[in-house]
Design a protein around this ligand. Structure first.
Ligand SMILES: [Zn+2]
Length: 192
């Protein structure tokens, strides 16, 4: 299991995985359970609070998350086939990061209240409702990944993704990395 990032992969490899609509699973088999627990472990190892399967090259609708990890607690949630059941109307903006886009922090508009149904490790269907906006953000960020959508697609300002093989032209590169415009805030913890 290896993380696919814009820094470790070229544009073609990145897009092949991160711009992919992942397939639902029929049921959670024993081998899928092992994969899911590996994904969760990798999320913790990466000091993140969410990770979607296609971020490690697996094209199935699976993600791991744990917003409580930000407070040092472990309350892991593993979801197969997550799907929105309801979205409230109120929006908010919160800082997000992404393991697939290291060094990037963005203020991303999200729905404050969402309800999501999913298949758990035990093949039972569950419904999760946000009780805080952080959980809502993470749910939307991870389900976006499974639909091939990145946080850069969700903001109003245009943000370019710089790939490993991108030739950065003189004048816009700072320490080999493009500087993003001043309205975008850096965020030290990764959401995913
Ligand atoms: Zn992400």
């Amino acid at each position: 299991m290896r993380l696919i990032t814009n820094q470790s992969s070229n544009k073609e490899q990145f897009e092949k995985n991160l711009r992919y609509m992942c397939e639902p699973v029929d049921r959670v088999t024993d081998s899928l359970k092992v994969v899911a627990l590996d994904l969760l472990e990798m999320m913790y190892r990466s000091n993140a609070i969410g990770l979607a399967a296609n971020q490690v090259g697996l094209k199935i609708r699976l993600c791991a998350l744990d917003p409580a990890w930000m407070q040092g607690q472990r309350i892991p949630i593993i979801m197969f086939n997550p799907e929105f059941v309801e979205c409230g109307e109120e929006m908010f903006k919160a800082p997000e990061g992404c393991l697939s886009l290291p060094e990037m922090g963005l203020q991303v508009p999200r729905f404050r209240n969402v309800k999501v149904k999913f298949l758990g490790l035990d093949n039972q269907e569950y419904i999760i409702k946000d009780d805080n906006s952080l959980l809502s953000s993470v749910l939307q960020h991870e389900i976006d990944h499974l639909d091939g959508v990145l946080m850069t697609d969700r903001i109003v300002e245009r943000v370019d993704i710089i790939y490993k093989d991108t030739i950065v032209e003189g004048g816009i590169a700072v320490n080999g990395r493009k500087e993003y415009c001043g309205t975008l805030e850096r965020y030290t913890r990764s959401f995913t």
